[in-house]
Ligand binder design. Structure first.
Ligand code: G3I
Ligand code: 9MR
Ligand code: ZN
Length: 535
């Protein structure tokens, strides 16, 4: 049973790019050496030493590493050693991530709400338009139209905070690598002359615009009173509610609309203007509002909470994004003010702590270096974060840059990979890039469970992911990255795992382990962004 710890040799099941660092992880060594075998010819193409012992309590293993970076001929390979046996097969080639990256993006198409998705687009997950009735604004008798956007995860809620995190990944990914996706991915807008990643992002941006009040404040989510059963979305006929509003979600909105205005300026000028107008309205509201804290669900609403008591990181990101698109110094001054009051406001790439997108957006702006002092401040802040992650990764046999395995650990690993990749882009320090790649490797199989965590890719990949749509259709959600190991035991099934189970093994490929095996738009986008930034 490959889900148990085994002695096999761990590799990225999909593959390695020709010029990248390539490593395999061995559970023990005893002076052994390893061979790289060409699967087609059976020939040994490389022999290397197994070295660098690392032991780590999060994996519960003592690991040794075999480096085969020097194997640079495209092809299909596996690793063998006398004591440890063999690894899964993998590829070496320059485009090994292209197919998985495409499906990571198309997972968002599958998550579209309020849209008739035929088999042409999403195969056997095809479903009719859903959740398109008007929503009640919770606590009032007012109704608004909020059709559109993406279902958040395995549930059918739609949340601003996670939408903004996901969109940030898409738009930053596009900035890093705008030619990666063309206009031919067979999504509904393919062939319209615009890159499909921007088309998919626009589907969510259009929904976000509907979450804006006439005075600029942003509603937080659209949900039903309780999580739906295991039914297809168009059968979920509960009353829709628009619930909550906060300065965090409002600042999130400003940031993403300002960024969208910048990104779409050339491809869709009208839309770009619309985004900027919307951003300005909410910016004005934000400036006159103090942090109004985390949103708790009303008692009769059971939905994701996404509680976030701190809004400085969202405000920082918003101010930088407004500066980035307008080049008006006023916004930069406010960003500096926010940062001076709270220097953690420039950190984080998650739905909760999101200021790291602002920090990077500043650093890559061509005018940033005109303000040498602030540029150095931001650069140092990024490098410090990267160095912390580097220390963590170097003490882990799998080079995993994660301190604590909590709910969504796979998403955090992807986000930490993005941060390392950002640090590489700003400093040219190769070790950051190598570690960023190791985070991709972890998610695609080079981990203690020898599992690929992307559904339908690599070996031992999830088959019982927590997705109501896939469950109701009795199929898999190919291309979805699941949440991953969670040492906090946030669902009852995890209690089946022994008391001493190492953190990185606290994962179950079971439908009801929603705290390890759920899918989400923002874990997918993290891995996609990471690949785009490296590929
Ligand atoms: O960040 C802290 C960490 O510092 C601390 O050491 C650790 C110790 O417990 O906790 C960490 O916080 C965890 C947090 O996720 C990390 O982001 C919380 O324990 C954990 O409860 C929290 O879980 C969130 C979960 O909802 C429950 O609220 C997940 O992040 C979040 O991804 C998940 O989101 C759900 C939505 O509610 C509903 N839709 C599906 C979605 C995905 O599962
Ligand atoms: O299925 C729900 C999942 O989509 C959410 O992310 C999660 C958030 O807490 O909640 C799941 O619903 C569970 C509920 O919280 C507790 N009872 C069991 C539900 C799973 O079927
Ligand atoms: Zn829906």
């Amino acid at each position: 049973n490959a889900t148990d710890s085994d002695n096999s040799i761990k590799v990225n099941h999909i593959g390695y790019r020709i010029n990248d660092q390539k490593q395999a992880v061995f559970p023990y060594s005893q002076g052994d050496s390893f061979n790289v075998i060409d699967v087609n010819t059976g020939a040994v193409v490389y022999t290397g030493a197994i070295k660098n012992k690392v032991s780590n309590s999060k994996t519960g293993e003592m690991n040794f590493i075999g480096d085969f970076t020097n194997v640079m001929t495209p092809g299909k390979y596996r690793i063998e050693s006398q004591i440890c046996g063999t690894s899964f097969e993998f590829e070496i080639g320059d485009h090994v991530f292209k197919t998985v990256a495409t499906d990571l993006l198309k997972m968002l198409t599958i998550q579209r709400c309020g849209y008739d998705l035929s088999t042409d687009y999403i195969g056997d997950l095809a479903h009719a338009s859903c959740h398109h009735t008007d929503a009640l604004i919770y606590g009032t008798d007012q109704i608004i139209s909020v059709r559109g956007g993406w279902h958040d995860a395995g549930d059918y809620g739609r949340y601003v905070e996670t939408g903004v995190k996901t969109l940030s990944d898409l738009l930053f990914g596009y900035m890093a690598n705008s030619a990666y996706f063309e206009d031919n991915l067979a999504i509904p807008e393919s062939g319209n002359g615009i890159s499909d990643i921007l088309d998919e992002a626009k589907y969510e941006l259009d929904w976000l615009l509907k979450m804006q009040t006439s005075w600029g404040e942003i509603y937080s989510k659209v949900v039903t009173p309780s999580f739906a059963g295991d039914i297809i979305p168009e059968q979920d006929n509960q009353q829709l509610y628009v619930v909550g509003s906060s300065t965090t979600t409002t600042a999130d909105f400003v940031a993403i609309m300002a960024l969208a205005s910048q990104i779409y300026a050339d491809v869709d000028p009208d839309f770009s203007n619309k985004c900027l107008e919307a951003a300005k309205l909410s910016w004005d509201y934000l400036l006159s509002s103090v942090n109004n804290g985390e949103i708790k669900n009303p008692e009769d609403i059971q939905a994701g909470e996404y509680r976030d008591s701190k809004d400085s990181d969202e405000r920082f990101y918003a101010a930088i994004a407004m500066w980035s698109v307008t080049q008006d110094k006023l916004y930069l001054d406010i960003a500096k003010e926010v940062y001076n009051q709270d220097n953690t406001s420039a950190q984080g790439l998650s739905w909760k702590d999101i200021g790291g997108f602002g920090r990077y957006l500043y650093l890559v702006n061509e005018n940033a270096k005109n303000d040498k002092e602030f540029y150095e401040l931001m650069k140092t802040s990024l490098v410090n974060d990267a160095n912390v992650l580097q220390g963590i990764a170097y003490s882990d046999g799998y080079s995993t840059a994660l301190e604590h395995y909590s709910w969504g650990s796979n998403g955090s690993i992807a986000d930490n990979g993005i941060l390392l990749s950002m640090a590489y882009n700003i400093t040219n320090e190769m070790s950051y890039r190598q570690l960023a790649i190791e985070q991709v490797n972890y998610l695609l199989g080079k981990n203690v469970l020898n599992r690929s965590y992307v559904v339908g890719y690599g070996q031992n990949s999830p088959t019982n992911m927590h997705s109501r749509l896939a469950k109701a259709k009795n199929t898999i959600l190919k291309g979805a990255l699941v949440g991953g190991a969670n040492s906090d035991r946030d669902d009852a099934l995890l209690n089946e795992l022994g008391e001493n189970t190492p953190a990185a093994k606290m994962y179950l490929d079971r439908y009801n382990s929603y705290s390890t095996n759920e899918v989400s738009i923002y874990w997918n986008s993290g891995l996609l962004h990471l690949i785009l930034s490296l590929d």
